[in-house]
Ligand binder design. Structure first.
Ligand SMILES: [Zn+2]
Length: 357
């Protein structure tokens, strides 16, 4: 008997230290209590231009899938392909961004029983209370601002509340992760755009920007900034992922790194062999480096996102499962899934409100 008790005493800690099994009910109960926000998708491409070569959108995004996956809010980007930095290019980009923002609002109007467009952190919280999915609108690539500073306010007035400074090609604002050093980081115009976004209350997103532009944006901005869909270079060394220096700068500003749920950013394993444990490795790294207050998620669905275990919005709960099984507390998960982004948004909104006074 004594030997049996000793055996149990040895085994029990081993079992509890091993991965714990989490039930669907536990995950759903947690999602009922928290607000979950996915800070990037490219749904607008396939939705607004179904006949223009983008109809191959994977169909990873919809209000129905958000309901199934228990995702409360998603940031839907008007994605602008980078073209020539000339007058014709800028006009094309501006028109395209306007078309996409209008298209996103049309999607909500056609599904008003399920979703609502939100313009502030408080409206995200209200949408949760009313049982509706929240769509926040962003722009991916401020190419559509051209060289016109008033464009920032124009798009803010259209409802845009976050903007990714660049895509994968230098624009009038900054260099990018694939175009490092062309413009020397942020341009003079880019610096003015940062100040204008601060003044209006538009969240600055540095995913895709060059290393120098990211550090400069973090330094210049009066409020926290985010990287809406990026991985960690220290875990997977590719140019779209953030180096420790960039992560530390974003965190020092009070911002958030939203880990991209993109297979190629997360894992170098052959396709189909990756798992959400690989995603959690990026989370672990960030938590160790800057703490849980600076970590979140941005799926990049319909724009290259998705990996085994989380292939579309209906599988968002699996990320929560992986975090719970890895030992993250409910409080940590609440911060990562939305609390941190809401904190950034509130700081951005408060600063803008003070400018208006
Ligand atoms: Zn992107």
């Amino acid at each position: 008997m004594k030997r049996f008790i000793l055996l149990i005493m040895t085994i029990v800690p081993l079992i509890s230290a091993a991965q714990r099994q989490v039930t669907d009910a536990e995950i759903e109960a947690l999602h009922d209590r928290i607000i979950s926000i996915d800070t990037h998708n490219d749904f607008s491409l396939g939705y607004c231009f179904p006949n223009a070569g983008f109809s191959t959108a994977k169909g990873q995004v919809s209000f129905e899938m958000m309901i199934e996956g228990r995702l409360d809010c998603a940031v839907f980007a008007a994605y602008i392909d980078q073209g020539k930095c000339d007058e014709a290019g800028h006009e094309w980009a501006r028109n395209r961004a306007e078309t996409m923002v209008a298209g996103l609002k049309r999607y909500v109007a056609e599904n008003e029983d399920k979703g609502v467009v939100v313009y502030s952190a408080a409206e995200i919280e209200r949408a949760k209370q009313s049982g509706k999915r929240a769509m926040m609108i962003s722009i991916e690539n401020c190419y559509c601002f051209g060289t016109d500073l008033t464009a920032v306010e124009h798009f803010y007035n259209m409802g845009v509340r976050m903007a990714t400074l660049t895509h994968n090609g230098a624009n009038e604002i900054a260099d990018t992760c694939v175009d490092q050093g062309v413009k020397g980081g942020l341009t003079e115009f880019g610096r003015k755009v940062i100040a204008e976004m601060n003044r209006l209350g538009m969240v600055i997103d540095v995913s895709h920007a060059s290393r120098l532009a990211t550090l400069q944006a973090a330094e210049l901005s009066e409020v926290p900034i985010i990287a809406s869909h990026s991985g960690v270079y220290g875990v997977r060394a590719i140019r779209r992922n953030l180096t420790d220096k960039e992560i530390l700068a974003i965190a020092a500003k009070g911002g958030v790194v939203q880990v991209a749920i993109v297979r190629s950013f997360i894992s170098n394993k052959p396709k189909g062999e990756e798992s959400l444990a690989d995603l959690v490795a990026h989370v672990d790294y960030l938590v160790k480096l800057v703490g849980v207050d600076h970590v979140g998620f941005g799926s990049d669905f319909d724009g290259g996102g998705g990996m085994r275990g989380c292939r579309n919005m209906s599988q968002i709960k699996n990320v929560t499962r992986a975090l719970m099984e890895a030992g993250y507390s409910d409080e940590d998960i609440a911060k990562m899934w939305g609390g941190n982004t809401l904190r950034v948004m509130k700081a951005v909104e408060e600063y803008a409100a003070n400018q208006r006074r």
